[in-house]
Write a protein that binds this ligand. Structure first.
Ligand code: P61
Length: 461
């Protein structure tokens, strides 16, 4: 599938400030990854050459955002930057009420605590680690209702973020609408490979949930990226602007949680937004306990100003064209090298299929964790495991969950790296692929209770 009409997607900016990168030796990297328990989250960033761990809080700010930092009004209450941010959220996303939080999981905590009761079920288009944990901590059970294609790395279905409407309706019929406080819809779906949901599907989800009187809560962390994919892949919307599609997506939902560290181009920040006054009042009560006053929610004034500007920049076509163009450039190279990756390409990174890359390593020996460590050893490129370690344990049986998708995510920060960096990354993955037979798996030697992938430690088998 051709993503863009024009062959070239040159960055719509020139570079004003640079940060040096350092290359280490293989011997050094072998030592530090062993010390880090073969977990890329436990490496020091100064030991990393090209950092593709995450696109979260790692984007480069524009000169306008930097100027915005200088306009930070660091008052404890009623900072003018809060009102700028609130205006931007209302203008671009359309939600009525806004509660700021320090980042996405702060918003998830508050939203889940308000809406979920013990014994409730929350259907969603695939789990996300922090989102699901907050649903569980509030007493709920997450139910996956994404289309089957999303669990198949080789399916070329263009909207792998879609909800399977039959699965959703069966959950509603089985559990009863009163046990379902909301349906959780993510744009895009991170764990599936940054895969978009179509507007046609979201409209159908709206229609179905309205019939049963169930809310939709939107994880809008990468909504502009999803909107760009709709523009490119969904015929009826090809002439809509990214901003118009973003607004339409939001209008089909009742409220949202946002990690502004992604689409909105800031180092820190988030919010929850709703149209329902009752939920807003509850959230305003909770935010002062866990995050900060309702006009800063854990952010500095300068962060809120940068976010207001970042939201506006995130819906510009040229920005998205270059951002997703770069991700697809890397993906296309890997496809040409014959590397098994999740297809079609998504939005925020390229996801290696570790089950096919290292077929000789059983899933209980953590093929994706192993592969991420090997890529780091090869070149100093840092990636992230998204497989059995990330999936955690079943809360009732205590056994590992064995997800279909056993992936390594090469996540691209926005406006940070160049095409030449992407070439280096592709060459490194290729060189690991060539020596894959000699790679052995890992065993876990330390496992934290929650979100284990962040701090777990491993040793070579
Ligand atoms: C990431 F390994 N994402 O992709 P917060 N929803 C969605 C996210 O992508 C997201 C949050 C909510 C991260 C950071 C991260 O298992 C992990 O601002 C779709 O990070 O609190 C965050 O937003 C949470 C990495 C989070 C992970 C959890 O890299």
């Amino acid at each position: 599938m051709v993503l863009v009409k024009h062959k070239s997607w040159a960055e719509p900016y020139k570079i004003k400030v640079v940060e040096p990168l350092f290359i280490t030796t293989r011997e050094f990297r072998e030592k530090v990854i062993a010390e880090a328990g073969y977990n890329t989250f436990l490496l020091r960033s100064e030991d990393v050459y090209i950092d593709l761990l995450t696109d979260s809080g790692t984007s480069a700010m524009s000169d306008r955002q930097m100027a915005g930092l200088m306009l930070g009004d660091e008052a404890y209450a009623g900072s003018r930057n809060f009102y700028h941010m609130e205006d931007a959220i209302r203008k671009y996303y359309g939600y009525k009420y806004v509660v700021p939080t320090h980042q996405g999981r702060g918003a998830e905590h508050i939203m889940s605590s308000i809406l979920i009761k013990a014994g409730d079920f929350i259907p969603g288009n695939m789990y996300f680690t922090t989102t699901k944990l907050h649903q569980e901590l509030a007493g709920g059970v997450f139910v996956d209702v994404i289309v089957d294609d999303a669990h198949d790395p080789n399916s070329l279905f263009p909207f792998k973020g879609n909800v399977d409407l039959n699965k959703l309706e069966s959950v509603i019929k089985k559990e009863g609408a009163n046990k379902i406080p909301y349906v959780a819809i993510a744009t895009t779906v991170n764990m599936a490979g940054g895969q978009p949901i179509s507007l046609e599907n979201l409209r159908a989800v709206r229609e179905l949930t309205s019939r049963y009187g169930i809310r939709i809560i939107h994880d809008m962390t990468r909504v502009a990226e999803n909107a760009f994919m709709i523009k490119m892949r969904e015929e009826p919307f090809k002439d809509w602007s990214v901003a118009e599609i973003v607004k339409e997506i939001c209008s089909l939902t009742d409220g949202a949680t946002m990690s502004a560290k992604k689409d909105a181009l800031v180092s820190i920040g988030g919010f929850l937004a709703v149209n329902d006054e009752f939920v807003f009042e509850e959230a305003r009560n909770m935010v002062v306990i866990y995050e900060g006053l309702h006009t800063y929610g854990g952010m500095a004034g300068r962060d809120m100003e940068a976010m207001a500007i970042g939201i506006e920049e995130s819906v510009q076509f040229d920005h998205m064209h270059a951002r997703i163009g770069q991700v697809h450039y890397l993906g296309q190279k890997l496809i040409e090298f014959g590397i098994p990756i999740v297809r079609p390409l998504g939005t925020h990174g390229v996801f290696l299929n570790a089950k096919e890359f290292l077929p000789h390593i059983p899933q209980e020996n953590f093929p994706a964790q192993t592969l991420a460590a090997e890529i780091y050893i090869d070149s100093g490129v840092r990636s992230m495991e998204r497989g059995i370690v990330s999936a955690g344990r079943d809360s009732t049986t205590g056994e590992h969950r064995f997800p279909e998708l056993e992936l390594v995510r090469l996540t691209i920060p926005r406006r940070v790296y160049t095409q030449a960096h992407m070439d280096v990354v592709a060459e490194s993955v290729q060189s690991v692929f060539e020596t894959r037979q000699g790679i052995n798996g890992l065993k876990m030697v330390y496992e934290p209770k929650h979100l284990r992938f962040f701090q777990a430690r491993f040793e070579k088998k």
